[in-house]
Design a protein around this ligand. Structure first.
Ligand code: ZN
Length: 369
């Protein structure tokens, strides 16, 4: 759970207990409002989790590994280890979440209507306030939870990538064109257009005095825009790396750190004159570990002249290696998993290069998609 979940949980519980429920039930005690508010907020987050679980379970059923599910401000993200292999799989994974939200919404509303009786709709339209007052605690909870899940499903089905609706759109475009790259570009462009639309509406809303609503729309629009742009960039990167190998873009101009040199002279002679931030440590021509810039910095300046690099080197089993013939499109994923943001590249058991984000950026500059 992202920390913003706690904030939103508090806000949801607070607004239910202080505004929504007292508005429906002026005669309820604060204790009742608050306990029902907290319970409802909890069930709301459980429905967010069920939405994500639906995505993940379908993905798993289709043979895609799930890294984790993160709940945050706007809902959740299921992090799949790889992209769906076919348009059909993508469609099923994407639609599963909103389908779950619709299911929760419909079941909640059905349960509530069983409790309040068949003529509820007529009564509520004739005497809204008096009728809402007669609702018990459970129907009150369900009549908030049900519609909010339908709203959640509707929001997620907005056809802008990377929202669920955008993924559904991409899967359909993918099925029609047979071209994942084109489909992604169109679906992310739709995402950007919708994001700009939201921000524009937010601006208009603020202009006409709806400050909080307007700000909220601006915020969601901006969030959606940057998500769409990131997805488009990632796709471009993947396409430009396709058919190439790590050895074509790795950094080969790196230096080794001899284990028997002290930190002080190593810093003066090499560290200060290179952009390298991770060093393979060698002893008798063999790589025995690594040191990072942070490792060196941690040693107090007065002690650096007396400590040899070999002494502070991290053991090799602590280090991420990649093979020089790693396919281009896998580099980003490997790098994202690495602990130091830089990895050693091996060929025939020897360290032949380093790879980090900046090397990939250099590739992109020279090979725009
Ligand atoms: Zn979803």
């Amino acid at each position: 759970m992202h920390f913003s979940v706690l904030l939103i949980f508090g806000l949801v519980a607070f607004s239910l207990a202080s505004y929504t429920f007292p508005g429906w039930h002026p005669d309820w005690s604060p204790a009742l409002n608050w306990s029902l508010g907290l319970a409802t907020a909890l069930l709301f987050f459980i429905s967010l989790l069920l939405h994500e679980l639906a995505h993940s379970l379908v993905a798993k059923w289709k043979g895609i590994e799930i890294d984790r599910i993160t709940l945050f401000l706007f809902g959740g993200v299921s992090e799949l280890k790889s992209d769906p292999k076919t348009a059909g799989t993508e469609f099923l994974v994407a639609i599963a979440g909103p389908a779950m939200s619709v299911l929760i919404g419909v079941v909640s509303i059905l349960l509530a209507s069983l409790m309040v009786g068949p003529d509820f709709t007529r009564r509520v339209s004739e005497h809204p306030e008096a009728t809402m007052k007669t609702l018990g605690a459970l129907p009150t909870l369900l009549l908030w939870l049900g519609p909010i899940n339908l709203v959640l499903a509707a929001f997620n089905m907005i056809p802008g990538f990377p929202l669920d609706g955008g993924r559904v759109l991409r899967s359909i475009l993918w099925a029609i064109t047979g071209d994942l790259r084109k489909a992604t570009m169109w679906a992310t462009t739709a995402g950007k257009v919708i994001a700009f639309g939201l921000m524009g509406l937010g601006g208009i809303e603020i202009f006409y005095g709806g400050f909080i609503n307007g700000l909220w729309m601006l915020f969601i629009g901006w969030f959606l825009y940057s998500a769409a742009r990131n997805s488009a960039n990632q796709m471009q990167l993947r396409t430009s790396l396709q058919g190439h190998h790590l050895s074509e873009l790795m950094d080969t101009g790196f230096a080794f750190a001899p284990a028997d040199v002290d930190i002080d002279s190593f810093t003066r002679e090499l560290v200060m004159h290179r952009s390298q931030s991770l060093w393979p440590v060698t002893q008798d021509g063999e790589v025995i570990g690594i040191v990072t810039l942070d490792d060196l910095a941690e040693v107090p300046p007065e002690a650096r002249a007396h400590i040899k690099l070999g002494k502070i080197a991290r053991p090799l089993d602590d280090v991420d290696f990649v093979s020089a013939d790693l396919p281009g499109e896998e580099i980003m994923r490997k790098l994202a998993e690495s602990d130091y943001g830089v990895m050693l590249v091996l060929e025939g058991g020897k360290v032949v290069g380093l790879i980090r984000q900046a090397d990939i950026m250099r590739w992109m500059v020279m090979h725009p998609g």
